[in-house]
Design a protein around this ligand. Structure first.
Ligand code: ATP
Ligand code: MG
Length: 221
């Protein structure tokens, strides 16, 4: 069975599709088979991005497909190592269905209190439906200032959630990469790629921890 990782949030433009695309790229480059599922059927940002990407001869191919229902999507993705689910920028009953079906849930957020307050409410709601804290990963995105990032980390830790290591600064280079079908780890600027890779490494560590814990659980049965 694949590991299922979803990217959720109740705000638009926080970086859900950005992270979904980058995680898919890093995993494919690491030798995993990946299916990127785009549940944002209206925008289909990730599908359009993968179509742009496919016009390049040198970039790795990312298999992205849009679905309107998570159950249908998962039926089509049984034979890959990793399923990455990109979701729309609003909450709906489907958000919680996606979260329940996922092994890990990444919640991207900005660093202002207007961003952090709703994300902590969503974290509590997800815990209330039975999703344990170790499956919830907060990613600090679109960072403008190191001081604000420190404050955001303290804010989240004070509510009981430690954000993922690494963060994504707000940079034009990331947007340009997307326009060319690239991910935030594939810009022409090494420092930008290093920042993005540090955050991706944190996500991959979480996936590995999950796989190890699942294997331990099977071997003790
Ligand atoms: N760190 C960043 N620096 C610069 N631009 C960014 C950054 N992160 C995302 N963007 C750009 O901001 C826009 C919105 O990002 P993205 O599509 O990832 O957000 P989203 O959460 O998926 O939004 P939606 O809810 O509308 O689907 C995109 O054009 C993307 O390229
Ligand atoms: Mg999106």
């Amino acid at each position: 069975m694949p590991v299922i990782l979803s990217i959720v949030g109740q705000k638009g433009g926080v970086g859900k599709s950005t992270l979904a695309r980058a995680i898919s790229v890093v995993a494919v480059q690491g030798g995993l088979s990946v299916k990127l599922i785009d549940l944002d059927i209206g925008q289909q940002t990730s599908v359009r991005w993968s179509t742009t990407r496919a016009t390049s001869r040198i970039l790795s191919v990312i298999d992205a497909q849009a679905f309107s229902a998570v159950a249908d999507a998962l039926k089509q993705a049984r034979d890959v190592d990793l399923v990455v689910i990109d979701t729309p920028g609003h909450l709906s009953p489907e958000t919680f269905e996606v979260a329940r079906a996922s092994d890990l849930i990444v919640l991207p957020t900005g660093t202002s209190s207007d961003d952090l307050h709703p994300v902590t409410l969503l974290l509590y709601e997800l815990e209330q439906i039975g999703i344990s804290k170790d499956r919830l990963c907060v990613a600090l995105c679109r960072i403008l200032d190191a001081k604000e990032e420190r404050w955001a980390r303290q804010y989240l830790e004070s509510t009981g959630y430690r954000p993922l290591g690494g963060s994504l600064p707000e940079r034009l280079g990331y947007r340009r990469a997307h326009n060319r079908g690239k991910s935030i780890t594939e810009t022409p600027e090494t420092p930008l790629n290093e920042r993005a890779n540090e955050l991706m490494a944190s996500v991959l560590r979480k996936i590995l921890q999950h796989v190890r814990a699942t294997n331990r659980a099977y071997s003790t049965q």
